[in-house]
Design a protein around this ligand. Structure first.
Ligand SMILES: NC(=O)c1ccc[n+]([C@@H]2O[C@H](COP(=O)([O-])OP(=O)(O)OC[C@H]3O[C@@H](n4cnc5c(N)ncnc54)[C@H](OP(=O)(O)O)[C@@H]3O)[C@@H](O)[C@H]2O)c1
Length: 214
C-alpha cells in the first residue's frame, strides 16, 4: 500500500517505521527540514501534506488533535481525500482535566468522517503511548497486544491489515459511532501517563479463545 502521513512526529515515525518494510511511505509536516530529517531517520519519503495525501491510498492523520482540520485544509481539503482510507489516531483529550474535549458526545473520528464524505474512515492506534508502537515484539505478559479499532465498512479490512502489520491483533469494536469510547479509554491511559506511569501502561483485551502465551 501507499501510506501518507499528515504529521511527522513521534507517532508518525513509530508507525511508519513498522510499515516501511511492507509498504511505501511518505511523511509530511509544515517544517520541511524537520520532516525530511524524520523521514530520513526511518528510510521513507517526505513531502508536503498535499503531496503525501495525493501519493497515498491510506492517509494517517498524525498531527496534534487540535490541528487535524487545519491540516486537512492544508492537504487540499475534503476532495483531496476522496477514494482514500483515512486513519484517525488522535486523542481529543485535555491534559489538564484528562477528559475528552468533545462536547457533543460524539467522536473526533465521526467529525473527520463527516468532513471527508468521499473517504473510508476509521480510528486506531490511539490507546497506547508512542513507545509501545515502537516495540518490535508487541507481546505483553505473554499475550499479543489486542488493538481495538473502529471503522466504517469500507475501511475495515485495510485498517485490520495495518494493525496486524505492526505486530498487534486487530479487534473491531464497531463502526465510528464507537470511536468515542476509544477516545475516552485513551483519556484514562493519558491521565496515568501524565501522573508518571511507565509508557507501557496499556489496556489489553484478554479473550481466552485467542490466548497466545508463548
Ligand atoms: N504521542 C503519543 O504517545 C500518542 C499515542 C497515541 C495517539 N497519539 C495521538 O497522535 C497524534 C500525534 O501525536 P504525536 O505525539 O506524534 O505528535 P507530535 O510529535 O507533536 O507530531 C505532530 C506532527 O504534526 C505536524 N503538523 C502539525 N500541523 C500540521 C499540518 N497542518 N500539516 C502537516 N503536518 C502538521 C508537526 O510537524 P510540523 O510542526 O513540522 O508541521 C508534527 O510533525 C496526536 O493527536 C495524539 O493525540 C499520540
Amino acid at each position: 500500500m501507499k501510506i501518507g502521513f499528515v504529521g511527522a512526529g513521534g507517532m508518525a515515525k513509530a508507525l511508519a517505521g513498522k510499515w516501511s518494510h511492507a509498504h511505501e511511505i511518505m511523511l509530511s509536516g509544515r517544517d520541511m527540514d524537520r520532516t525530511r530529517e524524520a523521514a530520513l531517520a526511518i528510510g521513507v519519503m517526505s513531502g508536503t501534506a498535499q503531496e503525501a495525501v495525493a501519493f497515498a491510498d491510506v492517509v494517517v492523520l498524525a498531527t496534534r488533535w487540535e490541528d487535524v482540520f487545519t491540516a486537512i485544509e492544508a492537504a487540499g481539503g475534503s476532495s483531496a481525500f476522496d477514494g482514500k482510507t483515512v486513519i484517525d489516531i488522535n486523542n481529543p483529550v485535555s491534559v489538564e482535566t484528562f477528559l475528552t474535549t468533545r462536547e457533543d458526545g460524539r467522536a473526533l473520528t465521526e467529525a473527520i468522517a463527516a468532513a471527508l464524505p468521499g473517504a473510508a474512515v476509521g480510528k486506531a492506534f490511539n490507546m497506547a503511548q508512542v513507545a509501545v508502537w515502537e516495540d518490535q515484539d508487541m507481546t505483553y505478559d505473554g499475550r499479543q497486544m489486542v488493538t481495538l479499532y473502529t471503522a466504517d465498512e469500507a475501511a475495515d479490512g485495510i485498517i485490520a491489515e495495518l494493525i496486524a502489520d505492526v505486530g498487534a491483533e486487530p479487534l473491531r469494536l464497531g463502526d465510528n459511532a464507537h470511536a468515542y469510547q476509544l477516545e475516552a479509554a485513551a483519556a484514562i491511559v493519558i491521565k496515568f501517563l501524565f501522573a508518571g506511569s511507565d509508557p507501557h501502561t496499556i489496556f489489553n483485551f484478554i479473550r481466552p479463545e485467542t490466548k497466545s502465551i508463548r
